[in-house]
Design a protein around this ligand. Structure first.
Ligand code: PEP
Ligand code: MN
Length: 343
């Protein structure tokens, strides 16, 4: 259920509603807007209904949340976009985030060279995997803790916050220490215990859409994080499986405006993994930015031809500044401004 408070409701009235929701074992998720406060009451609907909150002081109305994803729904924030602050870089609302970096951390030189290049070109955050979800168990699986250490060094030098993937809850402490945003890969989108665990850390999390997942399933994955009291969820479209074989995945750009209709959460697009090859990355990035995405997460490498994984799709670090400029202009078409300066 959603409790919509009156425009002039006092803090005491809001607190009283929250206490009553909690008294029946439900969880209260208040969202304080500029005009009104709405409180999501998540739990047994019957119990909350029996509270009779309709007549309570300061309450304007009580309405059911019709979607199966409650906290991720547009309704629960009364149309207000969620803006996530990652060390001064804003993600969501009118902000556009350019998240760039290698597929995987390979070496100190590769990581620092890329970090310097994307930082100089105005990137908002640095991406890079230390734990890699590889199709083959015989392929390079990432540098693990050493990779995290190199990411921390790149952050210390450039100031760029870090986005890195967590695959296994056993690595959560090590990843949380270095990551400013935890990435959940497409293959783990429905790993519900991992999502709940990340939810309990409170760290911002970027959830990639599963290879064959519907948008509702993606939003239900977000719900697992949100229900633990972590509001910092970023959704990511990275291409889905279709009958088309001319390229790796079909980048579903319709997902951008549709997710924005359904949810208040920021939506970023990964053109690299969808495309699978470099020549498609720029046009897809421009289209995503112009379609209103809140950001792009893109792979960049100093020498893609020598990359350990995903070489064919990684942009040349030396060409990144030109790319970033074009993407920034496309984002401006959608009314967004690049978020690369700490507040
Ligand atoms: C990645 O971002 O490096 C990655 C493996 O992406 P995905 O989970 O979307 O395949
Ligand atoms: Mn990759």
């Amino acid at each position: 259920m959603m409790i919509v408070m009156k425009a002039g409701a006092s803090e005491a009235e809001i607190e009283s509603v929250i206490r009553r929701i909690e008294s029946v074992g439900a969880r209260a998720h208040p969202s304080r807007g500029e005009e009104v406060t709405v409180i999501g009451a998540i739990g047994d609907r019957e119990h909350v209904a029996r509270l009779g909150l309709e007549g309570a002081p300061g309450v304007a109305q009580v309405v059911p949340i019709l979607k199966p994803y409650k906290l991720a729904s547009q309704q629960v924030r009364a149309g207000q976009a969620t803006v996530i602050d990652v060390e001064g870089r804003k993600i969501g609302g009118e902000h556009f985030s350019l998240i760039a970096g290698p597929c995987t951390v390979e070496s100190r030189d590769q990581t620092l060279t890329t970090a310097r290049a994307v930082s100089a070109a105005g990137a908002s955050l640095l991406r890079g995997g230390a734990y890699k979800p590889r199709t083959s168990p015989y392929a390079f699986q990432g540098l693990g803790q050493e990779g995290l250490r190199l990411l921390a060094e790149a952050k210390a030098e450039t100031g760029l916050p870090i986005v890195t993937e967590l695959m296994d809850a056993r690595d959560i402490e090590a990843v949380v220490e270095v990551a400013d945003v935890i990435q959940v890969g497409a293959r783990n989108m429905q790993n519900y215990s991992l999502l709940s665990e990340i939810g309990r850390t409170g760290k911002p999390v970027l959830i990639k859409r599963g290879l064959s997942s519907t948008l509702e399933e993606l939003l239900m994955a977000a719900e697992y994080v949100l229900k633990e009291g972590n509001p910092n969820v970023i959704l990511c479209e990275r291409g889905i499986r279709t009958f088309e074989t001319a390229y790796r995945f079909t980048l579903d750009l319709t997902a951008v405006p549709v997710l924005k209709e359904l949810s208040h959460l920021p939506v970023v697009v990964d053109p690299s993994h969808a495309a699978g090859r470099r020549s498609l990355v720029e046009p897809l990035s421009l289209a995503a930015a112009a379609a209103g995405a809140d950001g792009i997460i893109v792979e960049v490498h100093p020498q893609p031809d020598e990359a350990i994984c995903d070489g064919p799709q990684q942009l040349y670090a030396a060409e990144f500044a030109e790319y970033a400029e074009k993407v920034e202009r496309a984002a401006a078409l959608a009314g967004k401004v690049l978020s690369n300066m700490p507040a």
